[in-house]
Design a protein around this ligand. Structure first.
Ligand SMILES: Nc1nc2c(ncn2[C@@H]2O[C@H](COP(=O)(O)OP(=O)(O)OP(=O)(O)O)[C@@H](O)[C@H]2O)c(=O)[nH]1
Ligand SMILES: C[C@H](OP(=O)(O)O)C(=O)O
Length: 206
């Protein structure tokens, strides 16, 4: 299956601005992307990075450049590849393992959705050309509605690893706890460590 990994170079991970400088956010976003690309490949599928501008950072996959916003850029790929199944796996899922992704890719359904915590859509498989994406906001709900309106079957993948997109500082604790790849190593090198305060797990930086 062809698996698209959307990746923006424009102000990536702005919700981490309180804990990471702009160049750090770019480097961390790149590390997360590299983990996702490696996991897709280890799951036996073929990744392509869908990027907002050309990349010269050693990305280990072919890239497609499309400077439009996320939704039209992904829909253009779905329209181009209407004859085949397409996977869409976000680049900010550093906990994604080959096993979790294989479960997504192997689930039956015209549309297979891995919801993100907070209402987003972290990963999808699209097997019917009538489906189109509409990201941002409560996109999990919107994608179910788009599928239902088109008469398509939907399968939902229940996976902690695919549900954990890294958007906010609290999500960094998940990477330190469960990550195994470049994103976890980047955080550790940058001096982040787990910190428990008032019984809650968070992160602190040396
Ligand atoms: N190709 C492409 N990918 C995008 C675009 N916007 C977001 N992405 C990717 O889509 C995934 C989800 O992105 P978000 O978490 O919504 O956005 P973000 O810019 O990474 O982070 P925030 O600035 O905190 O919202 C990430 O893998 C992004 O790199 C876009 O306009 N084009
Ligand atoms: C792309 C978007 O991500 P979020 O803004 O929810 O992180 C979504 O899942 O619809």
């Amino acid at each position: 299956m062809h698996v698209v990994v959307p990746y923006t170079t424009r102000e990536p991970k702005s919700r981490l601005a309180g804990v990471l400088a702009p160049d750090e956010r770019r480097a961390f976003a790149r590390a997360m992307r590299d983990d996702v690309v490696a996991a897709v490949r280890a799951a036996g599928e073929t990744p392509t990075v869908l990027t907002t501008e050309p990349l010269d950072d050693g990305v280990d996959a072919p890239v497609v450049v499309d400077d439009r916003p996320l939704t039209p850029a992904v829909n253009a790929i779905l329209a181009e590849e209407a004859e085949s199944a397409v996977g869409v796996v976000m680049a900010d899922l550093p906990l994604a393992t080959p096993d979790a992704l294989a479960r997504l890719f192997e689930s039956d359904g015209d549309v297979v959705v891995a919801p993100g915590r907070g209402g987003g859509t972290n990963a999808l498989v699209v097997r019917d050309p009538a489906f189109r994406v509409d990201y941002h906001g409560a996109s999990y709900r919107d994608h179910r509605r788009i599928a239902a309106d088109a008469g398509l079957s939907v399968a939902v993948v229940d996976s902690m690893r695919l549900a954990t997109d890294v958007d906010e500082p609290a999500d960094l604790a998940e990477v330190l706890l469960h990550g195994e790849g470049a994103a976890r190593a980047w955080l550790t090198d940058a001096g982040f460590e787990l910190a428990v305060a008032d019984g809650r797990v968070g992160v602190a930086r040396e």
